[in-house]
Design a protein around this ligand. Structure first.
Ligand code: CMP
Length: 139
């Protein structure tokens, strides 16, 4: 077991549908510690930079539009094996393929409107956490 941090995002679809509390409850129930949390709206530049790894994917423009369509909640989470633990809590990217009891299965409505984001590896987590939070936010 290794204590890790990961970035979670409650996406605009979930915020608009009033699911922030439900998702935070699931985060607590799963045993994560919330290190830092903020509600904010992304600019187009913010969203393009955050998802730069996907810039050549066919869904990139729609993804940027979606992620800038309303407020989202960014959260730095800490736990043993936080990266895989949060991905397990969220379920597969496509809600239709996610396991029962996961956030995306229970609450997501499409592969794009899948309620939450999570980092996929330690390097990605470091980049994504620092994209939103300063060292003093995380102290
Ligand atoms: P996320 O885990 O935030 O990473 C990239 C996001 O792109 C993904 O969740 C989905 O919201 C969105 N997306 C839209 N279409 C696709 C697709 N076909 N494959 C993967 N991700 C997609």
């Amino acid at each position: 077991m290794v204590v890790q941090r990961t970035l979670a995002i409650i996406k605009p679809d979930a915020v608009k549908r009033g699911l922030t509390g439900e998702i935070l409850s699931r985060i607590h129930a799963a045993g994560f510690h919330i290190v830092a949390i903020r509600s904010q709206r992304l600019t187009q530049k913010d969203a393009e930079g955050f998802y730069a790894v996907h810039r050549d994917r066919p869904f990139f423009r729609d993804l940027v539009e979606f992620m800038t369509s309303g407020k989202l909640v960014v959260i730095a989470l800490e736990a043993d094996n936080a990266i895989s633990k949060w991905r397990d809590t969220m379920g597969a990217t496509d809600p239709a393929k996610a396991a029962p009891g996961t956030i995306r299965k229970d609450l997501g409505t499409s592969i794009q409107n899948n309620c939450t984001h999570g980092s996929d590896a330690p390097q990605t987590a470091a980049f994504e956490i620092s994209y939103f939070f300063t060292a003093s936010d995380l102290a």
